[in-house]
Write a protein that binds this ligand. Sequence first.
Ligand SMILES: [Zn+2]
Length: 106
Amino acid sequence: MKLRRHPGRRALLEWLDGAPDSAELDEHLDTCEVCAARLMDLESVADEPSLQAALGAALAPPSDLTVRLEEGVKTRLAARAVFGVLADLYVTGWETSKMLLTEGDQ
Ligand SMILES: [Zn+2]
């Protein structure tokens, strides 16, 4: 089922914000150049990283919705993994420094 009319600005913003039950919007935005252009305009007022990510996914080269969603999940998982590694490095470095300092005192 496809939307017969272009979604409103609020609907686009809600979609960017991850509104649920947006399968129809997804399908429409996936094929509508007019709405793609409007999303580009909205991008200029959207500073949140989540919105930028949503725009990147929405305006990516042609792909079906399932692939887009999977890529979005992978991106989030990758970001979490990087953060986790950095956190581990930080903690490890701190523990090592503390150990070295302790040994130096003794
Ligand atoms: Zn449209």
